[in-house]
Design a protein around this ligand. Structure first.
Ligand code: C2E
Ligand code: CA
Ligand code: CA
Ligand code: CA
Length: 279
């Protein structure tokens, strides 16, 4: 029995070492990827009640030369731990604003909003607001088309700083959405203080919605809360017509999810919008 235990211990130690080595390799390669254009943004449509595309969320992808496409679920946590999230986040900001600048000159896209994910560490940089404004200016992006998606965990550390940066950007036209809403620890008192535009209902609450069960109380509560705070609400992860119907009955009018479109390359996204409008 002892030998078996030793064997197991060894096995787990080996597995841990492999995992660590994997992460170290990934960290090194990610650093390289940020500087060498191996990252790209994919765009997922956000639609209104008439299925008209009103905007898109940009989701980062890593096109690894050997390993193929690596999903953000794998590399964002590593980027957060190692601090690489700062250069990565800045790359996303630049690429997003570059797209917005391009859309200005495309009649099919010039009315669309673009949402970018901002991680807590990125937002907490003292000069974050100045960085955003500088990049907006650099690419001649219309600030009123830019939405930044923040998460509730921002509020845990420095609410005053958060509010201050948000106000600075909002004054220039930038909007804010609270991502994954309902999964964190938002204090309702802070929620009221934040200059937010939109709450995004997390996919986990949308997943459970079916016509016969009606809405989970959570989705219903989020929609009601948004309404009472004067905020818009977007449901993410909408995959079925049933889910969309239940959400519509609750009063949620903006949707994002595979039912309406998967994240695709920006060129395919613009083309799809154009074709749709030409019809
Ligand atoms: P998120 O911000 O909650 O993004 C939504 C995720 O749900 C995306 O996964 C999207 O592809 C997926 N999704 C959208 N519609 C559906 C649906 O109908 N069904 C299902 N099952 N999934 C759907 P993705 O692209 O793998 O991104 C995962 C997470 O990585 C994001 O979650 C976000 O937290 C993070 N992330 C992505 N891009 C960035 C970025 O540029 N910066 C930062 N800081 N984080 C990012
Ligand atoms: Ca998001
Ligand atoms: Ca989300
Ligand atoms: Ca999520």
């Amino acid at each position: 029995a002892k030998r078996q235990r030793d064997g197991e211990a060894q096995f787990f130690q080996q597995a841990q070492e492999d995992e660590l080595e994997d992460r170290l390799t990934l960290e090194r390669e990610l650093k390289h990827a940020i500087d060498h254009d191996e990252l790209c943004l994919h765009l997922q449509p956000q639609v209104d009640a008439h299925r008209q595309v009103i905007g898109a969320e940009a989701l980062v992808r890593w096109q690894h030369p050997e390993r193929g496409m690596i999903s953000p679920g794998r590399f964002i946590p590593i980027a957060e731990e190692t601090g690489l999230i700062l250069p990565l986040g800045h790359w996303v900001l630049k690429e997003g604003c570059r797209l917005l600048g391009e859309w200005r000159h495309q009649p099919a896209c010039c009315h669309l909003k673009l949402s970018l994910n901002v991680s807590v560490r990125q937002f907490q940089q003292p000069d974050f607001a100045d960085q955003v404004l500088a990049v907006i200016q650099q690419y001649d992006a219309p600030p009123e088309r830019l939405t930044l998606e923040l998460t509730e965990s921002l509020l845990l550390s420095d609410p005053d700083g958060t509010i201050c940066k948000m106000q600075q950007l909002q004054q220039r036209g930038v909007s804010f959405a609270l991502d994954d809403f309902g999964t964190g620890y938002s204090s309702l008192a802070y929620l009221k203080l934040l200059p937010l535009d939109t709450l995004k209902i997390d996919i986990t609450f949308v997943r459970d919605l079916t016509l016969d069960m009606q809405a989970t109380p959570i989705a219903a509560t989020i929609v009601a809360l948004a309404e009472s705070l004067g905020l818009g609400v977007i449901a993410e992860g909408v995959e079925t017509e049933d889910q969309r119907l239940v959400l519509a009955n609750l009063g949620c009018r903006i949707y994002q999810g595979f039912l309406f479109g998967r994240p695709v390359q920006p060129e395919s996204f613009s083309k799809a919008i154009q074709c749709h409008q030409d019809k």
